[in-house]
Design a protein around this ligand. Structure first.
Ligand SMILES: Cc1cc2nc3c(=O)[nH]c(=O)nc-3n(C[C@H](O)[C@H](O)[C@H](O)COP(=O)(O)OP(=O)(O)OC[C@H]3O[C@@H](n4cnc5c(N)ncnc54)[C@H](O)[C@@H]3O)c2cc1C
Length: 325
C-alpha cells in the first residue's frame, strides 16, 4: 500500500528545484512508473513534485544547428506522431511507438521514460535485492529469463527504456537543471552501470531535473531504425532490441552506431559491431560478422542463453534492411 506523501505542483523549473530540496522528494511526470512503484512499496517518498504545471517542458522545437529539442514532458504519443521526428529520425519515432500501450504512451513522458526504474521482478517484488540496498541479486540463481547477458555485475537487470537506446544511437544529450545550474549529459552517459553503483539508475544528483533532450541534426545518408522483440505482440517490455544509426555512402558504412536494448543494465552500445561495419560494404559477410561480434562478450545466465541467437538474428535482419535498394 502507498504510504502517505505530500504533493506539490510548482510552476517553474526553479521552483521544481527548490521543491526537490525537501527530504524524500521525487519528481512526478506522467506517473506511469512512479505511481506503480509507490503503490507496490518498491520505495517510498515524502513529497511528490509534479512537473505538470511547469511551462515550456512539453513539445518539440527546432534548433539552429538543424537538430531538435524534445521537452522532457513531451508525451510518448506526441513524440511517436511528430512528423519532423518521424521524418528525420524514424528510429526514434519507431521506438516511441513501440513503448507500452496507447494509454501509457498518452500519459508517459520522455523524461520519465529515461529515468524509469528497472522492471526486474525481484526489484519490483518483496525481495531485499542489491538495487534496493539489500544483500544480493536474486536473479543470479533465480528466474533470470529476461535478465542481462552483457554488462552485468552484482545486479543483472536490463534497462527497460525503448527511447534511451534510440536516443543514444542518435548521439542525443539530456539537458539537466539543478541547484548547481544547467548541465548537458550525453544520453550515453546518463545511466549508471551496476559495477559502479547498483542502487542508482542515472547520474542525476539530488534536486536535478531533465528539462529536455537535444538531438543533433541528422547527417547526410542517415539510416535510422529501432526494432523491438517482446514475448507477446501487445504491450510489453523488450526481451531484445536494437537501435541503428548508420551513415551510408552507397552501400558503404561511413559511421555506425549500434545500441542494444534489453541486453544489459544500461542501454548497450556495441562499439565492436560498429568497428566491423565502419568503412565496409553492408554485405552479408560484414552483417554476420557484426552480429557475431556484438554477442562475442555475452555471458548468459542459467535461463537466458536464448537471447544470444535472438540478438544475432535480429541484428542480421535489421542490418540487412539498411542496405540501399
Ligand atoms: C504496464 C507498463 C508497461 C510499460 N511498457 C514500457 C515499454 O514497453 N517500454 C518503455 O520504454 N517503457 C515502458 N513502461 C515504462 C514507463 O512507465 C513509460 O515508458 C513512461 O515513459 C514513464 O514516463 P512517466 O512520465 O510516466 O514517468 P514517471 O512515472 O512520472 O517517472 C518515472 C521516474 O522518472 C523520474 N522522472 C520523471 N521525469 C523526470 C525528469 N524530467 N527529470 C528527472 N527525473 C524524472 C521520476 O521521479 C520517476 O522516478 C511501461 C510502464 C508500465 C506501467
Amino acid at each position: 500500500m502507498t504510504t502517505p506523501f505530500s504533493y506539490v505542483r510548482p510552476r517553474s523549473v526553479a521552483d521544481v528545484i527548490s521543491s526537490l530540496e525537501a527530504e524524500g522528494a521525487t519528481i512526478h511526470a506522467g506517473g506511469t512508473d512512479l505511481l506503480g512503484c509507490l503503490r507496490d512499496g518498491v520505495y517510498a517518498v515524502d513529497t511528490v513534485v509534479s512537473l505538470g504545471d511547469v511551462e515550456g517542458l512539453a513539445g518539440v522545437r527546432e534548433l539552429k544547428d538543424g537538430g531538435l529539442a524534445v521537452g522532457a514532458m513531451t508525451t510518448i504519443t506526441d513524440l511517436a506522431g511528430h512528423a519532423t521526428v518521424a521524418g528525420r529520425y524514424p528510429g526514434l519515432a519507431q521506438a516511441a511507438a513501440a513503448v507500452a500501450s496507447p494509454q501509457l504512451r498518452h500519459q508517459g513522458t520522455v523524461g520519465g521514460n529515461l529515468c524509469q526504474k528497472p522492471r526486474c521482478w525481484y526489484y519490483r517484488g518483496d525481495f531485499p535485492c542489491l538495487r534496493k540496498g539489500g544483500y544480493k541479486c536474486f536473479a543470479v540463481n533465480g528466474e533470470n529469463q529476461h535478465h542481462a547477458i552483457l554488462g552485468g555485475a552484482q545486479c543483472f537487470i536490463v534497462h527497460p527504456s525503448d527511447l534511451a537506446p534510440a536516443l543514444m544511437a542518435l548521439d542525443a544529450a539530456a539537458i539537466i537543471d539543478g541547484p548547481a545550474g544547467t548541465r548537458r549529459v550525453a544520453v550515453a552517459d546518463l545511466h549508471v552501470a551496476p559495477a559502479e553503483d547498483p542502487t542508482r539508475e542515472t547520474v542525476l544528483e539530488p534536486g536535478e531535473v531533465i528539462t529536455e533532450v537535444r538531438i543533433p541534426a541528422p547527417p547526410a545518408g542517415l539510416y535510422n531504425s529501432y526494432r523491438k522483440i517482446r514475448t507477446r505482440r501487445s504491450w510489453d517490455f523488450a526481451i531484445a532490441g536494437c537501435a541503428l544509426a548508420l551513415t551510408l555512402d552507397g552501400d558503404t558504412v561511413r559511421q555506425a552506431r549500434v545500441v542494444l536494448a534489453a541486453a544489459a543494465p544500461v542501454p548497450w552500445r556495441s562499439t565492436a559491431a560498429e568497428d566491423v561495419l565502419r568503412g565496409n560494404p553492408l554485405d552479408d559477410a560484414h552483417i554476420r560478422d557484426a552480429a557475431e561480434t556484438a554477442m562475442a562478450d555475452a555471458v548468459p545466465m542459467t535461463h537466458n542463453a536464448y537471447k544470444v541467437p535472438l540478438f544475432k538474428g535480429m541484428l542480421i535482419e535489421e542490418l540487412a534492411k539498411a542496405r540501399p535498394r
